[in-house]
Design a protein around this ligand. Structure first.
Ligand SMILES: Nc1ncnc2c1ncn2[C@@H]1O[C@H](COP(=O)(O)OP(=O)(O)O)[C@@H](O)[C@H]1O
Ligand SMILES: [Mg+2]
Length: 312
């Protein structure tokens, strides 16, 4: 840690995913925090000539503040591995697993971590037939979502049987690989995980109460559209079970340094169902992870330095 202050750091943000705008906000905030703390830091957009730029600017260490495709899915991590430049957070495999909700759910199933029941659908699927089968075997409502997106982009809640086939066709056309999940009714919570090895720590559980149907893009990034309850209104044993489940999910994918685990605690059976692990959680002023850290007495600046330390 001592010599990090002498390292030249690049905060990598922007990129080409659907979450570019969010990443620019996360990146700017991280950059400003590091600058304020007297680190030698620049802000960099993800571009084709990334490695050339990093070498030219003599960057020692990359803080990845990208979200979504190319930044959160192992691609940029692989590039940095080849260039032998240390970077924050999860490595290639864990990043790729976390970004792919289908792969992640298969790992959760194998590890005994509860996750909503699902059917994978891709461009080769007979959508009409599959929709009929789903109608026979799943209770409504259902959730349709892209396998590899974030910020609730492309997520639909299907309440009427008649809407299933059309929504599936539309989502497959736009995103190719898609999941249909049973809708879990209950409390939506999210749990940040920070630290590494013996130091791994689950942050306080944040409860999200969207004023709309579900926690969609608008609810995530417009203030006032979601009520944040911290700590979540759960009895102590359940609260602790949620944290333990989040830690187990983080470990099962092999995440490193930081993640945020999205969970719905079912009203019917009190089981915490993991619907996804975000390997690069948002760091904007509205984001969940910084709020949870603050509740645990960890300031934004401290959180940024903790994540920075995961590069070693
Ligand atoms: N199985 C589910 N049951 C109920 N709500 C869900 C389910 N899956 C997703 N959602 C809702 O959709 C939102 C986005 O889904 P999520 O799987 O977290 O994808 P993203 O990567 O876009 O955040 C969740 O925060 C939640 O509000
Ligand atoms: Mg989510």
């Amino acid at each position: 840690m001592k010599n990090i202050k002498n390292k030249k750091i690049a905060v990598l943000c922007g990129g080409r995913s659907g979450e570019r705008a969010v990443s620019l906000r996360s990146g700017k905030r991280v950059f400003e925090s590091l600058k304020k703390q007297k680190f030698d830091v620049i802000q960099l957009d993800l571009a084709d000539d990334l490695i050339t730029t990093l070498k030219k600017k003599k960057i020692d260490l990359v803080y990845i503040a990208l979200h979504g495709r190319f930044g959160e899915d192992g691609c940029v991590q692989g590039l940095l591995e080849i260039a032998q430049i240390p970077y924050t957070g999860s490595k290639v495999l864990a990043s790729a697993l976390a970004m792919n909700k289908l792969a992640a759910k298969r790992v959760f199933d194998a590890a005994g971590i509860p996750t909503p029941r699902y059917v994978p659908i891709d461009q080769g699927t007979d959508i009409k037939k599959t929709a009929e089968k789903i109608k026979r075997t799943f209770p409504f409502p259902l959730v349709v979502k892209p396998v590899s997106e974030g910020s609730s982009l492309g997520v639909s809640i299907i309440k009427k049987e008649d809407d299933l086939e059309r929504t599936l066709a539309k989502t497959v056309k736009e995103y190719k690989d898609v999941l249909v999940e049973e809708f879990i009714k209950g409390r939506e919570v999210t749990v940040g995980i920070i630290g590494q090895d013996d130091d791994l720590q689950a942050l306080p559980v944040l409860e999200l109460v969207p004023r709309k149907d579900f926690y969609d893009f608008e609810a995530k990034y417009t203030s006032g559209l979601t009520e944040f309850i911290l700590p979540a209104r759960l009895p102590k044993p359940l609260y602790e079970k949620v944290q333990a489940t989040a830690l187990a999910a983080h470990r099962s994918l092999g995440c490193y340094g930081v993640s945020r685990v999205d969970i719905i605690v079912s009203a019917a059976d009190h089981i915490p169902y993991v619907h996804e692990v975000n390997s690069i959680p948002g760091m904007t002023e509205h984001s969940d992870l910084p709020a949870e850290a603050a509740h645990a007495g960890i300031s934004f600046d401290e959180l940024v330095v903790k994540i920075l330390a995961s590069a070693y």
